[in-house]
Design a protein around this ligand. Structure first.
Ligand SMILES: Cc1cc2nc3c(=O)[nH]c(=O)nc-3n(C[C@H](O)[C@H](O)[C@H](O)COP(=O)(O)OP(=O)(O)OC[C@H]3O[C@@H](n4cnc5c(N)ncnc54)[C@H](O)[C@@H]3O)c2cc1C
Length: 476
């Protein structure tokens, strides 16, 4: 079959490779000069720093899907991050998360005496829920909603306590608010409010313990040149700077695409742009309403030194994390005292910067949407740098060789719905059967893959989506 893919993000590239290996002829149309979408580097003066994804979760899933795409384990070197990360509070105290369980219990005992039992119960409950939830919800498509609402699934949803939120579920195990934060903020990895994302997503904080956090040598985005090499090997054609402007539809079918470089006819078309944007390429009378995920204020730095004493991943927490979350998800404002995530991979990878120098990435969750204007971004950046200098990176200002800032406006320009970084929000009404599916609309041969499509965002999960898509194409 002759298959056209709109967009060369991780979902589009993985689908292309898996489909080509099943004997299909595949062409990718990518509007940019480069492939990878959100999985990219910011490169400058001999430095390169990941632009988007930094936290590698579920390594075995990644290896499994790469293998299905024809990429061997030996081609991707992963290094385990231990500790997972350090949480640093304004009073200077720290809580270190580690997947070494006995060390973690000691750490909890020292910082939050009496909470160890809650942690042990948490791990044991989540282990069962993870195995069941993955099989029932991650590894299945719900093109027919009735496949979701089976008796078994409803029973399982009750067992997984899906009616709770990730935050309220954490509060069943931990009394201290800081621990509740520590076991619920991971919804931010997919742009969700800890107090608004269904408890199904508690599988994210659990997976950090069970499967660890990893680092891909050379940076997460080093996967892109590797995948590109395999696209060439499989004979997949890539049309760069080919911006798809229309999906050519008749009553029931999608015949092909119209792009900036012409019309192309395919047996099947896969959309890998951010899903809500598909409605700009088709003439529909009614566009469904979507809720975007949160956005990010991102700072990328080239530094003249390496901070060997800091952890690769760190969270600089504020005094009241919930105020920050309410600012992002309820008030739509930039928090005055936000939590800040930092990524300093040069500590373990000397390929990212000139000798003795390093890269640093800082991320602040902010609202997506059109209502904020980012004219003050430099001023906000100054404030963030000051916090980092005071609380973890001594003399940071002096160490900065260059800095770049990215806001939700830049994300929207790149084609992300309302500037949300992670696809549509992981709310109850946009999860499982309620999220767009691999076969999302009524057209027979139109498919979709990517962060806004079930099972959702994050690199391994989008890879899972590509696998579900290929299964669906092969099934019909
Ligand atoms: C700041 C940030 C931090 C993140 N952190 C993590 C993390 O730590 N761990 C993790 O696992 N995930 C993380 N993610 C999420 C992860 O990056 C995404 O889930 C994943 O990359 C999405 O892949 P995708 O297949 O949806 O495609 P995208 O990356 O969205 O790519 C889509 C591609 O389609 C192209 N395109 C769109 N429309 C058209 C058109 N009309 N014509 C032609 N081409 C088109 C675009 O140019 C783009 O190249 C992060 C994301 C961001 C932004």
């Amino acid at each position: 079959m002759n298959i056209g893919i709109v967009g060369g993000g991780i979902g589009g590239m993985m689908s292309a490779l898996m489909l080509a290996r099943k004997g299909h002829e595949v062409t990718i149309h990518e509007k940019e000069k480069t492939l990878g979408g959100r999985l990219a580097f910011v490169e400058r003066d001999g430095y390169k720093v990941d632009k988007g994804p930094t936290i590698v979760l579920l390594p075995e899933m990644i290896y499994e899907f790469l293998e299905k795409a024809g990429i061997g384990k030996e081609e991707v070197e992963m290094i385990r991050c231990d500790p997972l990360y350090r949480m640093i509070y304004p009073d200077g105290s720290t809580f270190t998360k580690t997947s070494d369980i006995s060390k973690q219990i000691d750490e909890i005992k020292a910082m939050f005496p009496g909470e160890e039992e809650g942690f042990i119960n948490y791990l044991s409950d989540m282990r069962t829920r993870f195995a069941k939830g993955k099989k029932a919800f991650l590894e299945k498509s719900f093109i027919n909603k009735k496949d979701f609402f089976t008796f078994e699934n409803i029973k399982l949803l009750l067992e997984l306590k899906a009616h709770q939120t990730v935050r309220s579920q954490a509060s069943q195990y931990f009394k201290d608010k800081r621990l509740q934060d520590a076991f619920s903020l991971q919804t931010l990895y997919i742009g969700g409010n800890p107090s608004g994302s269904p408890a199904l997503y508690s599988l994210v904080p659990f997976s950090e313990y069970e499967h660890g956090i990893w680092y891909i040598k050379g940076g997460y985005a080093s996967l892109i040149p590797l995948l590109e090499k395999h696209l060439r090997k499989e004979g997949i054609e890539v049309k760069y700077e080919s911006s798809v402007e229309e999906l050519m539809l008749n009553q029931k079918d999608c015949k092909g695409i119209r792009s900036s470089d012409g019309e192309f006819y395919y047996d099947k078309v896969i959309f890998n742009g951010d899903f809500p944007m598909i409605h700009n390429l088709i003439n529909t009378k009614k566009t469904p309403k979507y809720k975007p995920s949160s956005g990010c204020l991102l700072l990328y730095f080239g530094l003249d030194r390496i901070y060997n004493e800091v952890d690769i991943h760190q969270f600089f927490m504020s005094d009241n994390f919930r105020i920050h979350m309410n600012d992002v998800f309820k008030h739509g404002s930039v928090s005055k005292e936000p939590a800040i995530y930092t990524f300093h991979p040069s500590k373990i990878d000397d390929t990212l910067a000139p000798e003795g120098k390093s890269v640093l990435y800082a991320l602040v969750p902010v609202p997506s949407g059109k209502d904020l204007n980012w004219k003050d971004k430099e001023k906000l950046a100054e404030g963030i740098i000051q916090v980092l200098e005071d609380r973890g990176f001594p003399d940071l200002k002096e160490a900065i060789q260059w800095m770049e800032i990215r806001t939700p406006v830049d994300a929207e320009v790149d084609g992300l719905f309302e500037g949300g970084s992670f696809g549509i929000a992981p709310t109850l009404t946009q999860s499982g059967a309620f999220r767009p599916q691999v076969k999302p609309l009524e057209y027979n041969n139109l498919y979709a893959v990517g962060a806004s499509v079930h099972p959702g965002g994050g690199i391994p999960i989008v890879m899972q989506g590509a696998d579900l898509l290929v299964q669906e194409i092969e099934r019909v």
